[in-house]
Ligand binder design. Sequence first.
Ligand code: ADP
Ligand code: SF4
Length: 674
Amino acid sequence: MTRDPRFDILFEPVRIGPVTAPNRFYQVPHCTGMGNIHPHTLAAMRGVKAEGGWGVVNTEYCSIHPSSDDTHAPYASLWDDGDVRNLAAMTEAVHAHGSLAGVELWHGGQRSSNVLTREAPLAPDSMMVELNPWQSRRMDRQDIANLRDWHRAAARRAIAAGFDIVYVYAAHTYLVTQFLDASTNRRTDEYGGDAAARARLYLELLEDTREVLGDRAALATRIEVYDESGAGREERSALLARAAAFVDLFDVTVPDYGHEMGASRFVREATLEDHVAHVRGLTGKPVVSVGRFTSPETMLSQVRRGVLDLVGAARPSIADPFLPAKIREGRMDDIRECIGCNICYAHDGLGAPIRCTQNPTMGEEWRRGWHPEKAPAVTGRADPVLVVGAGPAGLEAALTLGRRGIPVLLAEAANEPGGRVTLEASLPGLGEWARVRDWRVHQIGKLDNVELFPASEMDRAAVLETGVRHVLVATGSLWRADGRGRSHPTGVAGYEDPRTLTPDRILRGARPAGPVVVFDDEGYHIAAGIAGMLAAEGLEVTFVTAGKVAAEWTILTTEQAGIQAGLMERGVRIVTSTTVGGLVPGAAELVCAFTGRVSRIACEGFVPVTSREPRDGLWTALQDAGLATLERIGDARAPGLIAHAVHDGHRAARAYLAPDGEDIIRRERVVIGG
Ligand code: ADP
Ligand code: SF4
């Protein structure tokens, strides 16, 4: 396939100070949950991005000194020569594909709790650190001199590690921002006061770094175009213009992380444009910014109109490390578009290597040797596989099996494929989630050896009738109506009531007659989504949660504040730290989690969101059927995130006919004497 020449501009080299990016695809610094704990995992993952055509591949935030320690979140570091060796593995992996490697030097200031290193956090003032009940140390002149020395030393190590681009990081509320921002910088010495004084440290770091780098590497800076309060754009513009003397590349963003990193529920593609479009003209230097770009047309438009020189991406490069290669080859329809669910980011927050709903190989490049575009082809003729259920697990399994050259029959009870993805994508704001289904259905459509049979509910007899002797059962799960879950492990007798409607029934169109109580004992997004949807339809809704806030787990995906605000704006009453003890005539009984006090609330409809029952009856029924292989996958195996289902489908498809020992899971750990 050849690409439309209109897109050639995206493949032009871009000069960044002393180095040249081979094209305009720029993977901005992004968290990986790997950091300095998983150097092999990190190097392999970044290397795959370069292989997929990203012209520049950056690290995550990279600590310059033990006084910037974000434990338990994994971060990169350049504290010593060991760090240099580990990060050199990444730069080598990136250089092997002709791409540039960048490093984002970082000091967290009062955002670093330093729980591992026990160093006193440093900041312009002595203020509360994030999350923990202790404070930073107000930096004196010696501390500032030390910081500059550490930054210079880290820049030298960055060069030693082979980096081509070195950042001075002045965004995301970390130390440099704490100096720039008047609300956090209350100093009265030469580093505080007016805008020029607050910018002194930033400009010094730029000058120091420039001096260290010389023409061996480019100097990039990540900076916001106005301050935390949303004001000060003119002041910041003046600073950007001054900084341009030292800077080779501006990586610009806004202070609202919930916007920059916005989930698709709230934020669409390319919404930073109005905020950053002035920077190129202002500085005369190349500019990169993000916008969850997945559409080649949007990328093209931003470059053509001079908004950006380089197309920045974190999540789109996670969902599809081969996005640039696909554009280069004119295979636009093969791009696996990010759905904006932020499950990647959530796992960094959980202290684990990132994973991706769309890309099951993310984070598995070294650990399991998985490649995002290639799965080992079978040699010779392979027996066919019957996959029952075309939700995310079944679709991914069928696609990966098919790509390996294995004949697949994919049977789906419903008239359309998609399973839970189709249901969940119908909730307010989640339309992009349907990409999980649509991309797979489209890709399966390109394979001659995979046949989809809709409207084909399979029982034991139907399975045996196919004559296929290898079966993957991907029949999903159903929300329980009996209340079993975290708060009530044995269920609640009082939920057995005609007013009780499971989430599955609501998502398929059932509606309560009057005031409805939605009980969230799970904490992710389903209960809140249903409550918001029913309220928007005009029902009186009370959202009862065992958690401390609505949809507590979505704190990890950056969605919680927006979800709670949305419920409040729709008039949903939110009752926290409370469970539903049962239904009585005309009402639901609420139980306070702390005092056990019982109260009643009017209830003509009740939606318990507690836990799911794996739908594994078919798998059980086939146990003694004499099949050659039989496995349940996805939610039928263990209900979880859509990401779990996709990953499990992918795993099962790779494991089929794989030689023994192929599925080795490697570990990164320190071995004594090793
Ligand atoms: P997962 O997340 O594990 O993929 P889903 O619940 O999304 O699970 O999808 C399961 C799919 O399996 C649904 O589309 C459902 O209609 C289908 N299904 C369930 N039981 C059968 C069956 N007996 N025969 C065919 N399809 C089935
Ligand atoms: Fe996009 Fe979700 Fe994958 Fe993150 S996990 S890259 S948000 S699809």
